[in-house]
Design a protein around this ligand. Sequence first.
Ligand code: S3P
Length: 450
Amino acid sequence: MPASAQARPLRAHRLSALNGTVAVPGDKSISHRALILGALALGETRITGLLEAEDVLNTAEAVRAFGARAIRVGKGSWHVHGTGVGGWNEPDDVLDFGNSGTGSRLMMGAMATTSVSAVFTGDASLRKRPMGRVLDPLKLFGAQYQGRAGGLMPVTLTGAAQPICVEHKVTVASAQVKSAMLLAALNAPGRSRIAQTTLTRDHTERMLTAFGAEISVEALADGGEVISLMGEAELKGVAVDVPRDPSSAAFPMVAGLIVPGSEVTLSGVLLNPRRTGLIETLLEMGAKIDIVNARGSGGEKIGDLVVHASSLKGVEVPPGRAPAMIDEYPVLAVAAAFAEGPTVMRGLEELRVKESDRLAAIIAGLRAAGIAVEELPDGMVVEGRGGDGVPGGGLVTTHMDHRIAMSFLTMGLASRLPMSVDDVSMVATSFPEFEELMRHLGAHFEAVEG
Ligand code: S3P
């Protein structure tokens, strides 16, 4: 996949220490959901700490296209006036979700049981990602769609005129699929039951509870769970204070670990147990990360993370942990390169269908940096070179993937030779402040002639 239209290459240089306290932006998953539930609720939803990155702004545009009002009243502060469940109008133009799988898939679910049609599209990366995983189960509610072969965007989705409630088991390990089904169930008369075999992030369930939906979750003997949701729900607007994104915090966290002499504090980070797989893994690798000031915020646990430069050792990451750190494997692979000995990561089939084939992109990036890595069908083994042993010096192809760009720039802060990425422009999809925030900690980035 080519880099984006206005590719902006960037190079990261080694430095002696990173120091300081920073606050990463709001959580992407929770930001999308706050806008969408606000648009489905009656009354006003007041959001603070919203992530104002391209992915989320595209979702704001989309909820407006369906007839909700989404007003920005200040930095990260938004007021959403919803239409009520089932009250969305038909958009009068194509909906462009840019790079966002989450925004597009959740919005498909949210409209699937309302009698309107909408055309969904996105950028070159999103138009390669599988949509059938969401669209096919949405047909159970009575929705219909037409897309390109394989369920690729552009897709026209026609919501059910007479939706029916469903019982369905989600077998793909995807919170997006589960959430799309739950959002669709909101306007289907009767009780829908959505089971999942793998426990994925539960922000939709938590937020639906806060907005007043009748929802319950039952654990299953096989380790999965079933979520029951009463349809024709009446959601009421609430206040949502978005915690800071652990998937963004992952970059300064790993940077603080691998750059000798560093001490970095990350304040107010979301610590939902279904999102903390990276922290758990890094602790097992010997990372010194203290969680201080742990507290609750809007039904979620948050805390400040104090990260000290650490000597890391390779580990075997339990495959079952993958859903709790699915977006963090690129930067974990970077940490693994600086560890002593091999790190084994498995259960990563889902990485093949992210913003890029992330498994392939990570492996190519590591090899460009002089790191030996074995590709497994469902993962990889990274041969760590120890704290001072990562050669670096490579140019990484990002394939329009923000997390690949940020991960290898993080690597360049501690590798012997600088690391370059072919395009940093996609970082704006999730973490527009990345460069500024890392520079505030002391990072040295330099523009590269294209
Ligand atoms: C997300 C779920 C994950 C994750 C994505 C955000 C969400 O995708 O990769 O960045 O907000 O539900 P899958 O659920 O498809 O694995």
